[in-house]
Design a protein around this ligand. Structure first.
Ligand SMILES: *Cc1c(COP(=O)(O)O)cnc(C)c1O
Length: 246
């Protein structure tokens, strides 16, 4: 049953959200058409980090059911205050000591790049009697400042993690470099898709490799053209982020 949300805070200053969500949806659709993909194979994650609840509720009313957060505490707080039919994605770098807070709240943990983190996720999932769904973060552009495993080490990490109980590797995730021209990131999206195809062919137990989480506000259309199944769009939906109050 749909949960009713109070809509009294709605005013013209919020309506840009409806406009943005519509535009992003149309852009995803066009990218699907250009590349011969089915629209239902691409899911938009509304990245709501730093944004207040009324904006999330507005996005929910516009049809968003997937939200992305990068801080554990923020995800938990919003999880508790938003309708229960939302799927929450943990998209940030997760510290091991905080896994326990989100293990039963996040539908997908995007940024797993070490065996130690995966072991903690496995342990907490076992405690709760659930299966954790994760993505392996790959640093395909080789940027020093980024988290993520190198493409060459990805398969061996997948093999190690796949042996852990209560964990399912659904696919790969990339945070592409910040670029003015999104075409510059096409090579990385192509590379991530190829890597996922290579690993999928190995038919490893507990590894499905059907998910590619790639593309943000600046480059999600290119990512969809190259096979993204999740795009993570923040600024393009909610506007610029202001960090001073966080
Ligand atoms: C913040 C963030 C996004 C969204 O970025 P925008 O450029 O605002 O769309 C996507 N993915 C991750 C991992 C993020 O941290």
């Amino acid at each position: 049953m749909e949960e009713k949300i109070q809509n009294e805070g709605k005013d013209s200053s919020l309506s840009f959200l409806a406009e943005n969500i519509k535009n992003v949806g149309q852009n995803i659709l066009s990218a699907c058409e250009r590349s011969g993909r089915r629209a239902e194979d691409v899911t938009l994650i509304a990245v709501s980090k730093t944004k207040p609840l009324p904006m999330l509720k507005e996005a929910y009313l516009c049809g968003c059911r997937h939200f992305g957060e990068n801080k554990v505490q923020e995800l938990v707080e919003k999880y508790e205050q938003m309708p229960k039919d939302i799927q929450w994605h943990m998209i940030g770098h997760l510290q091991r000591n905080k896994v326990k807070y989100i293990i039963d709240k996040a539908c997908l943990i995007h940024g797993v790049d070490s065996l130690r983190l995966a072991e903690e996720i496995s342990k907490e999932a076992q405690k709760k009697g659930i299966t954790a769904h994760i993505l392996i973060e790959v640093n395909i552009a080789g940027e020093e400042t980024k988290f993520g495993i190198s493409p060459l080490e990805a398969e061996s990490l997948v093999r190690e993690i796949s042996a852990l109980p209560s964990i399912q590797i659904e696919g790969l995730m990339i945070i592409a470099p910040y670029v003015e021209n999104p075409e510059k990131n096409r090579q990385y999206f192509v590379g991530l898709r190829q890597l996922s195809v290579d690993i999928k062919r190995k038919n490893i137990d507990n590894v499905s490799m059907n998910v590619l989480s790639m593309g943000m506000t600046g480059d999600y259309m290119v990512a969809v053209e190259e096979g993204a199944t999740y795009v993570r769009v923040g600024t393009g939906i909610f506007g610029e982020r202001h960090y001073e109050t966080v």
